[in-house]
Design a protein around this ligand. Structure first.
Ligand SMILES: [Mn+2]
Length: 345
């Protein structure tokens, strides 16, 4: 307990608390916000976008929210601005009095394309990935925070923003999902303190748990069955697992890409497994990996993803994996095992 607290405090020393106020000032100074979240939006991306959207509406701002996703996971349809989401693959940024806010994006490449670093564009980056590249005009990124929603909470409370029940519910959603329901090692005393405050502001924890964790469709379960049937566990003490779903699986099960939500966590629940790579074949033939690791894994999710040009943090990351779909699982196993010797002292 003491060690954890010390570690959190030490990490925070590297974070400049002034950037919370700088982020708040940027938000207050601009009347138009366009929010960007990353591709394959998760609970933290969707939760933080909804919280910020609602805070904007409440303070008279004109707000839009974009990401390259064709659709968002239905799981989060209870959030107040789920229907305000707009799909955008490429965006034309301009200096027209709009503030561009990137949420949960470690680099500018994680969302719609078109943004150029150092172009002087009026931009704000709010994030919690340890490899955040500080690509915006104002950067508020703390790698020790559990989630972008936790960062937003800290911005809101640092500068007197009102946290309504709808905002509280949105923030709680991101904290809940990015900590695996308060089960991952990024769950700190502060994470629980924030969650407790959000509950006093109107969140009903049992309702959120039901909405997020207990809403699979029969089609989703068919897709899960296919993914589970292909799990391969390997390595010393069965520490690694890989699996994959193919485009045919989506057609046969009737599920769409959002049906894969939660599968990575399911693989992590296998006894002994501390690192997983889950591959998805997209209709255009590209293969993307979701990578997860936890304490005790000899390699981090982020460092593995970066080898293939992807990004993320120690415990969760993603990348494209250039490989013939039928060879992905065996190639992935080789890559994981070959990565290891580099990490031995
Ligand atoms: Mn996140």
């Amino acid at each position: 307990m003491t060690t954890t607290t010390t570690k959190t405090v030490k990490d925070k020393e590297n974070f400049n608390a002034e950037s919370l106020l700088a982020a708040s000032a940027a938000l207050k100074a601009n009347d138009k916000w366009i929010i960007f979240t990353h591709r394959k939006s998760d609970g933290d991306a969707v939760g933080s976008a909804n919280a910020l959207f609602e805070a904007g509406v409440n303070t008279g701002k004109i707000v839009r929210w974009l990401s390259p996703d064709e659709k968002l996971p239905d799981t989060y349809s209870y959030l107040p601005h789920f229907k305000d989401f707009e799909t955008c693959e490429k965006f034309t940024f301009s200096d027209n009095g709009t503030l561009y806010v990137f949420l949960d994006c470690s680099t500018e490449n994680r969302s719609a394309s078109g943004y150029t670093v150092n172009s002087g564009i009026n931009s704000l980056n709010i994030d919690h990935h340890e490899d955040n590249s500080h690509y915006a005009r104002v950067n508020c990124a703390d790698g020790s925070a559990s989630s972008t929603c936790e960062m937003l909470y800290r911005i809101f409370t640092a500068d007197g923003w009102q946290i309504t029940p709808a905002i509280a519910e949105s923030l709680y959603t991101g904290i809940f999902t990015d900590t695996g329901g308060f089960s991952f090692s990024n769950t700190s005393p502060e994470t629980h303190a924030i969650a407790a405050d959000l509950i006093t502001k109107g969140v009903k924890p049992a309702d959120i748990t039901n909405l997020i964790s207990q809403n699979k469709t029969p089609a989703d379960l068919l897709l899960w069955a296919k993914a589970l049937s292909r799990v391969k566990v390997f390595g010393d003490k069965n520490i690694f697992a890989v699996s994959m779903v193919y485009t045919d699986d989506f057609r046969e099960s009737g599920a769409d890409i959002t049906g894969t939500e939660g599968l990575s966590q399911m693989f992590m629940s296998i006894r002994g497994v501390k690192f997983i790579a889950f591959a998805v074949e997209y209709p255009d033939g590209t293969v993307r990996l979701s990578i997860r690791s936890r304490e005790g894994s000899p390699l981090g999710a982020g460092e593995f993803a970066r080898k293939f040009g992807g990004g993320g943090h120690k415990f969760a990351a993603g990348c494209e994996f250039k490989c013939k779909p039928s060879d992905v699982l065996s190639k992935l196993e080789d890559e994981i095992l070959n990565f290891l010797p580099l990490r031995q002292p």
